[in-house]
Design a protein around this ligand. Structure first.
Ligand SMILES: *Cc1c(COP(=O)(O)O)cnc(C)c1O
Length: 370
């Protein structure tokens, strides 16, 4: 069976370097917020092209910390999409804010700028004023920042980029995460930059915002043991930071390999009942996921499984229809019909940099046989 994702392969490919990094941390006697974490933050910020990165416990906390750092909490609504990891919406709630979910554009599966414009110009009644937009670069494809960033500026709302699936993706040659007020990352093991446990980061340009987020992640401390405001505990530990330093050196080559595998799938899909993902003009995606689309999704998923090809569905139930949120979360006018249609037809094929050429060919042969 070729699995849809295989985080163990990322460890095995770099075992000697990762084991050495782990041994170094274990013998150092320092395990939380130390020199590995500081070094990783500096290296990750430099790689991204922003002055500050703040490590934290996971990608969900990263979004909540970014919102709180920007002063967006209780008494504010935050616009995001329903077609995302539920974490995006959970984080808005963790910050104390009210989520407002809008639809996606059907081709790229990212926030529909017209749906955003409608709620900014004419906010749904009964909701607190909109304080921020969390745009999600889903599947490693940049969202339409050309339209979304100016809308946020025009309406004076903060823009947070959820880059949990898009480490290194570019739009007009510029890395996503550098367009808004804050960028958030997850280092969950299957992400393009994955730890061997949980991890996350917020990246920002503004030094004061960086300082506030760094304080909020540790009880609101600016000085040890003195909370200036109420914070949380969401720290990136030294083991994960040391592992991430090793893996960061392979992130760009891993993304290039993902693009090459994606190109092979797109060629193999041609003429099959599957529709390949489309890439936005002048964008360089990083294919966290390769998501094809078909009206015969469930049957094709079963046939691929019989051929030894694992697949996934990201995501099978839109957030606004999940039991925790249905009837409790606001959606934009007209609801989210494109989100609901996509959730019935999308299928994620195996994709990670360590796939061998033989495995890629096996997937392609199965796709050609559909
Ligand atoms: C993975 C993910 C998150 C959450 O990250 P965790 O590290 O699992 O908390 C948030 N948003 C998106 C789009 C994700 O894919």
């Amino acid at each position: 069976m070729i699995p849809q994702a295989e985080p163990g392969a990322g460890y095995r490919a770099l075992r000697a370097e990762i084991d050495a990094a782990v041994a170094r941390v274990l013998s150092s006697g320092w395990y939380v917020l130390g020199q590995e974490g500081r070094a990783f933050e500096a290296e990750f910020a430099a790689w991204l092209g922003l002055p500050h990165a703040i490590g934290c416990g996971n990608g969900t906390d990263a979004i909540a910390l970014a919102l709180r750092g920007l002063g967006v909490g209780a008494g504010r609504s935050v616009v995001t999409v329903s077609h995302t990891a539920v974490a995006t919406v959970a984080a808005i709630g963790m910050a104390g804010a009210t989520p407002l979910l809008v639809d996606i554009e059907p081709v790229h599966y990212t926030m529909d700028p017209d749906a955003l414009r409608r709620v900014l110009e004419d906010p749904p009644p009964g909701l607190p004023p909109i304080g921020a937009v969390v745009v999600v670069h889903l599947y490693g494809q940049p969202a339409d920042l050309d339209r979304i960033a100016p809308l946020c500026r025009e309406h004076r709302v903060a823009l947070i980029e959820d880059c949990a699936q898009a480490h290194g993706a570019r739009l007009h040659g510029r890395r996503v995460g550098t367009f808004g007020d804050a960028a958030t990352f997850s280092f969950y093991p299957t992400k393009n930059l994955g730890a061997l446990g949980d991890g996350g980061a917020v990246a920002v340009a503004d030094p004061q915002l960086a300082e506030r987020i760094a304080a909020l992640r540790q009880y609101g401390w600016h000085k040890h043991y003195i909370s200036d405001e109420v914070g949380v505990n969401s720290r990136l530990d030294e083991l994960q930071a040391a592992i991430l330093r090793v893996k960061l050196t392979r992130l760009d080559s891993g993304n290039a390999r993902r693009r090459a595998v994606a190109a092979a799938y797109t060629a193999a899909i041609d003429g099959s009942p599957l529709t390949a993902p489309r890439v936005r003009d002048d964008a360089e995606p990083v294919f966290h996921l390769y998501v094809a689309r078909t009206a015969q999704r469930d049957a094709i998923q079963m046939r691929l499984r019989e051929s030894g090809i694992g697949t996934g569905i990201h995501y099978p139930v839109p957030v606004h229809l999940q039991p925790a949120y249905a009837g409790r979360v606001a959606t934009g006018p007209g609801g989210c019909p494109e989100t609901e249609a996509a959730s019935r037809e999308i299928l994620s094929l195996p994709l990670y940099p360590e796939l061998t050429d033989e495995q890629v060919e096996a997937v392609c042969a199965a796709l050609r046989g559909l």
